[in-house]
Design a protein around this ligand. Structure first.
Ligand SMILES: Nc1nc2c(ncn2[C@@H]2O[C@H](COP(=O)(O)OP(=O)(O)OP(=O)(O)O)[C@@H](O)[C@H]2O)c(=O)[nH]1
Ligand SMILES: [Zn+2]
Length: 200
């Protein structure tokens, strides 16, 4: 099956298959999938997975299709966008916040602020690693808005590092992706990072 890691959304969610897989998993962990408390669980998990991985079937370019000409050619930054994603190694949650900023291109075209949060959500709702999530958000903005610069910073706690394995609850992973002016100019980058870290 083809999945949409960069652009086009091509795959579909197969609910009966997901339900059968969850039932198998329950048996594999030594549970009785037919006991009262578990009998609806495969269907529930399938519905939850459909929601958690909805971003596989959505096209990021559509999210940024609406743009406005406001003639603004300086930083636009949306800070502290809550995000919940799923670690592709263990299929457990990693969650935290995303900060997304860009400097519009020469045309001064901007997108709706909510679209930046929608873009974060779309890519978060795929099996992910934090680095790819960060990069994909930045690259989608570059692709659709042709901005002077983009900066994406993501800070997350990974439950695979907290509830199992190395067991370090509270450890925060920070990733960033900078493009254009934020890459070439330490001053622009410093300004954005300063605004991102304000209020902390
Ligand atoms: N770089 C990166 N690593 C991640 C992310 N999410 C989880 N991981 C790591 O993926 C790695 C998978 O390592 P493996 O050795 O294959 O799996 P494991 O035996 O379950 O590893 P432990 O978590 O160390 O017990 C672990 O080190 C995780 O911490 C992420 O978003 N980015
Ligand atoms: Zn993990």
């Amino acid at each position: 099956m083809t999945v949409a890691h960069q652009g086009e959304a091509t795959s579909t969610f197969d609910a009966p298959r997901a339900e059968a897989a969850v039932r198998e998993l329950l048996i594999a962990i030594g549970e009785d999938p037919d006991r009262d408390g578990l009998k609806d669980t495969p269907a529930r998990v399938a519905r939850a997975y459909e929601e958690m991985f909805a971003g596989l079937h959505e096209n990021p370019d559509d999210v940024l299709a609406t743009t406005f000409d406001v003639g603004h050619d300086e930083l636009v930054l949306v800070r502290d966008i809550p995000l919940y994603s799923t670690c592709e190694h263990h299929l457990v949650s990693f969650h935290g916040v995303a900060h997304v900023g860009y400097i519009p291109g020469k045309s001064g075209r901007v997108t709706g602020l909510s679209k930046l949060a929608r873009l974060v959500d779309l890519y978060a709702k795929r099996p992910q690693v934090q680095e790819r999530l960060t990069t994909q958000i930045a690259d989608a903005i570059v692709r659709r808005l042709d901005p002077r610069g983009v900066i994406v910073v993501i800070e997350c706690e990974h439950l695979c590092m907290a509830m199992r394995g190395i067991r370090k609850p509270g450890a925060v992973t920070t990733t960033s992706a900078v493009r254009g002016q934020f890459k070439s100019s330490a001053v622009s980058r410093g300004e954005a990072l300063d605004l991102i870290s304000r209020g902390r």
